[in-house]
Write a protein that binds this ligand. Structure first.
Ligand code: DON
Length: 526
């Protein structure tokens, strides 16, 4: 089964499985098919993370996150007074990190691929050549960003025109880029003609990514972040994503409260989760950054007695104001567009992949000649310590810009085992809300007995320490509970849907896909 943001991508992934390919082959096909069919987040100009669990129980994680260019510097988005230059880290060529997706898929193929690369690429190239059918949501998205596309791209691009629902959009240039990559491998993108065209394009637009940056880019296999919650073994993304660590902190902080005894989305449940979330996001902003560049004392951050202490001032009687919460003391001895897909194959292998351009259509900068949008991942760094990024996340020294460093992420592709067996494959987009959405999916299923689709459909809420407010999908909530929460002293606000979760639940030898109705997402299987 493949559950992704677009039916075309889910189908292409499943066709690869039907041919006898494994979940890793399907990952490559799905990733590329999303680059064609879901250009607001699917990408070859961005990056992502994969967590896997093989049928023999082997687990691992792949980091194909973008990197800061070698000539990036700490204050590159500040003016001479030290003030942030508005939008510089969010739009256009300077906001782009060195893309990681092509390196990622070739690392996957090298280690686990079972079908030839041509067989995997071909259906995707056909999709780009034959065209995708624009959905209503896509048409709305493209027209919403129409003025940005024109402002940021001085030339014509295929997305500059009105694309109505049911229009077919063909992307010949992307098809020809993919053909070259299929023929010449990863080097085409990082050291070949495509690399040269890409670098010339970026530099012409005022960016700083160089050929040396492209040649130096590498995807990295990492040890996943693994922890236990009750009888579950949770396998999630390590740094440079904060996802696994924060999920661990929050679940461990709430474990003693046995949240299953309360009603789903009741005020008691909201209070416990919100207070744990605040404390974890305060830690995130202070301690977390790329572990290739700094020592993070992860063991101490997820230590049980540390987390118990963090929750000591929790009370059902009154909220702890965020201004009273600082990052914890770990006594260290040493110094709104992404997309997720979940795959389980007929052999029992599972992959969870979250991939992104950061914002919707990334930097909005589109390389027409090569046929793809380029990320604005640089905004995930703390461009000025103490100041919020586009997701309102406050960053510190640990996440400052350094040449070649990876920016801190919240992406949380996660696999859950129950009593040693594969149980859930989940993940979602949503910036900072990714962590708390994954958290709620796991709890919905494990504590409240929901199925995967039911769990994905259920209303979500989110707190990230600062701002000191709860973001809620209010239409899903009982009005009395929202009133009670307000009386209790919490502010809440609604900014529309939270995340688009695509997950698979494995129960009694059956797969249940949950595809998020907040998007055009679709589960497909055989
Ligand atoms: O890596 C991160 O945490 C962000 N770049 C993710 C962005 C995102 O989820 C936007 N989507 N809604």
């Amino acid at each position: 089964m493949v559950v992704s943001a677009r039916i075309e991508a889910s189908k292409i992934g499943v066709d690869i499985l039907r041919k006898g390919g494994n979940a890793f082959d399907a990952m490559i096909a799905t990733e590329l098919a999303l680059a064609v069919s879901y250009p607001s987040a699917g990408n070859i100009g961005g990056g992502g993370f994969m967590v896997f669990r093989k049928n023999d129980g082997e687990i691992g994680a792949l980091d194909f996150r973008e990197k800061a260019p070698l000539s990036a510097s700490e204050n590159m988005y500040l003016d001479k007074n030290g003030d942030i230059i508005e939008k510089l880290s969010e739009e256009g060529a300077l906001s782009c990190g060195v893309p990681g997706t092509i390196a990622g898929i070739f690392s996957v193929h090298e280690r686990f691929g079972s079908l030839p690369i041509n067989e995997i690429f071909r259906p995707v190239i056909e999709l780009a050549e034959n065209g995708i059918v624009i959905t209503k949501k896509q048409s709305d998205r493209i027209s919403e960003f129409h003025n940005d596309f024109i402002r940021i791209n001085s030339n014509e691009i295929i997305y500059n025109r009105t694309l109505k629902e049911n229009d077919t959009l063909v992307n010949i240039n992307l098809a020809s880029t993919l053909k070259k990559i299929m023929k010449n491998g990863k080097d085409e993108f990082y050291n070949g003609e495509t690399a040269k065209i890409f670098v010339d394009f970026i530099q012409d637009k005022g960016g700083i990514i160089s050929l040396e940056d492209m040649r130096n880019y590498n995807a990295v296999w990492r040890e996943p972040h693994v922890f236990q919650y009750k009888n579950l073994n949770i396998i999630s993304m390590p740094l440079p994503s904060s996802g696994g660590i924060c999920l661990n902190q929050i679940l461990k902080m709430i474990e003693p409260f046995d949240v299953g005894q309360y009603k789903h989305n009741s005020k008691e449940y909201v209070k416990i989760l919100v207070e744990a979330q605040k404390r974890s996001f305060a830690d995130r902003s202070h301690f977390l950054g790329d572990s290739d560049f700094l020592d993070v004392d992860i063991k101490k951050l997820v230590n049980n007695s540390y987390l118990e202490k963090r929750m000591q001032d929790f009370s059902f009687e009154s909220p702890t104001s965020s201004s009273m919460i600082d990052f914890g003391n770990i006594y260290s001895t040493e110094s709104e567009e992404t997309t997720h897909y979940s795959i389980v194959d007929q052999y029992g292998n599972a992959v969870a992949v979250t991939t992104t351009l950061n914002s919707t259509f990334g930097s909005k900068l589109y390389c027409e000649e090569l046929g793809f949008f380029i990320n604005n991942e640089m905004d995930d760094f703390s461009i000025k310590p103490g100041y919020p990024n586009q997701f309102g996340l406050i960053g510190g020294e640990a996440n400052k810009i350094m040449p070649g460093k990876r920016m801190l992420s919240s992406m949380t592709p996660t696999i859950v085992e129950n009593d040693g067996k594969l149980y859930m494959v989940v993940g979602t987009p949503g910036g900072s809300t990714i962590i708390t959405s994954v958290l709620q999916i796991i709890l919905n299923i494990h504590e409240f007995g929901m199925g995967m689709q039911e769990s994905v459909d259920a209303g979500r809420f989110h707190h990230q320490w600062l701002p000191d407010s709860i973001r809620v999908e209010s239409s899903f909530f009982d009005k009395n509970i929202l009133n009670d929460i307000k009386k209790f002293g919490y502010n809440y606000y609604d900014k529309g849907p939270i995340g688009r979760v695509d997950g698979i639940l494995i129960k009694n030898n059956k797969l249940e896909g949950g595809a998020d109705k907040r998007g055009d997402d679709a589960a497909h299987g055989f």
